[in-house]
Design a protein around this ligand. Structure first.
Ligand code: PQQ
Length: 358
């Protein structure tokens, strides 16, 4: 048998591409390999998934969201000048927020809670597929170990995300009755954040990929990242769509969910004689920045309307619901019985969220 020599590299691949040609080549990678093309996303957007399959997506993707700032911190640590770090650090702020209850990770938690999960279960990352973890961790390792150019180029999938996000939000709102605009609020901010980040990264890649080898490394990094996204959906498809082989220890439908109105686990309704109080670690606080009261609980914040604030100011651990209703009746010159009926509903809602007990 004659020895096989590697085929000669076509001349086109060795040539230094112009900035426009490089951008076209990068966009072409997205056009062929971005995760909008994955069958799982097609099913998700077209309303073809069951609620449990949508839950599996929300739960697994939480791990991606949670690790993005870890990935960005790895990039940040390697950026040599303050000007670049100032720009890149915004990505971390976007995901982590500036204070508790703020930021993209928090909004993703709300999304996952919106489809029924308990916050503690999501945060524990217990039910996440190993394949999700492997893909996401591979992304973090990639940006830590490869050149800065490759690390930055790997974020360029964000060039393609606004289109898929618009399609996803419109499709999911139209096709699933359990999805609301509030549940998908995570994506609102991404529509402006992603193009801003992608513009910066694209400009950086164009300026720093100054040889054919570096240009090819940038393209390979983007291809790698497309695969990071694609394999996460492969794993979801395999486990929860077809053949539907859920690995041991991964989330099983029914696990980690807030009980839906079932008496088991749901707090019993409040009565007029009950004395409501805030559980340990929950506080009513005035948020100076937003100029409103919020209820602060470990790892989450609840916005409150004026009525809830008026009631919670009177929740002192000694006054009963009826006493609170009487006080408010005097303050607002209203029928305490009517107020009490309203308060009972409101208190039940807070108890359901585990930020009020008796
Ligand atoms: O919804 C999506 O399809 C999608 C895609 C991508 C992406 O293309 O990597 C990101 C996000 N969302 C996203 O929300 C996000 O925060 C994000 C950060 C990054 C990154 O690589 O730094 N990609 C993405």
């Amino acid at each position: 048998m004659t020895a096989q020599f590697p085929p000669p590299v076509p001349e086109a691949e060795q040539r230094l591409l112009s900035h426009e040609e490089l951008e076209t080549a990068l966009r072409d990678i997205g056009a062929r390999r971005y995760h909008n093309l994955h069958p799982f996303h097609r099913l998700l957007h077209d309303g073809k998934l069951s609620k449990d399959q949508v839950r599996a997506w929300a739960l697994n993707r939480y791990y991606y969201q949670a690790m993005i700032p870890v990935k960005d911190a790895a990039v940040l640590a390697r950026l040599p000048d303050a000007q670049l770090r100032r720009i890149w650090r915004q990505r971390i702020v976007d995901h982590d927020g500036d204070h508790e209850g703020d930021g993209g990770i928090e909004r993703w938690l709300k999304l996952a809670e919106g489809v029924g999960f308990e916050r503690e279960y999501i945060l524990s990352t217990k039910g996440i597929l190993s394949a999700t973890r492997f893909s996401v961790d591979a992304y973090v390792h990639f940006v830590s170990e490869r050149s800065l150019l490759e690390a930055i180029a790997s974020s360029l999938t964000e060039m393609f995300s606004p289109t898929i996000i618009s399609e996803r939000v419109a499709g999911m709102l139209k096709n699933y009755d359990f999805i609301t605009k509030e549940t998908l609020a995570y994506f609102d901010k991404r529509l402006t954040q992603a193009p801003r980040d992608a513009d910066f990264a694209l400009d950086y890649v164009k300026r720093h990929a100054t040889t054919p080898e570096l240009q090819r490394a940038a393209m390979a990094a983007l291809t790698f990242k497309c695969n990071v996204l694609w394999t996460q959906l492969d794993a979801l498809y395999f486990s929860y769509v077809a053949p539907g082989m859920i690995p041991p220890d991964a989330w099983q439908p029914g696990e980690g969910l807030v009980s839906e109105g079932s008496p088991a686990g749901a707090p019993a309704p409040f009565q007029g004689g009950d004395v409501p109080r805030l559980p340990r670690g929950v506080r009513l606080r005035f948020d100076e920045v937003r100029d409103k009261h919020v209820l602060l609980a470990p790892e989450r914040t609840f916005d409150l309307d004026d009525n809830a604030v008026a009631v919670l100011k009177l929740v002192d651990g000694t006054s009963s619901v009826s006493q609170i209703a009487r006080t408010l009746g005097e303050t607002y010159d209203a029928d305490p019985a009517v107020i009490e009926a309203d308060i009972l509903v409101m208190l039940a809602g807070l108890a359901q969220k585990r930020v009020l007990e008796r």
